[in-house]
Design a protein. Sequence first.
Length: 95
Amino acid sequence: MRSEPTPFEGGPMDGRTLPILVGPTGHPPKWYEIPVPAPDGGPPTVLLYERVPAGYTKRLGLQKGWKYTYSPNGEKPKLRWPWTKPTPPRTPPTE
């Protein structure tokens, strides 16, 4: 498997670069999870990073690569298939 050095921005990993495995298309995963063990032996905390473009060239506007940015809420969006129905908006109960 091929790996690519990918920088991280924000959160505890800010400024670090890790070798991330790329898939068959040459892209790293859309989301990267880093489990951090709890000091008291409890369940680990998961740091969540989202893949975003690292920048674009000036002349042609080509993408320079990828980087990961910290997602502080720690939740991935649910997987949505094109053929699924949209979820109805929540309405508050009336009294």
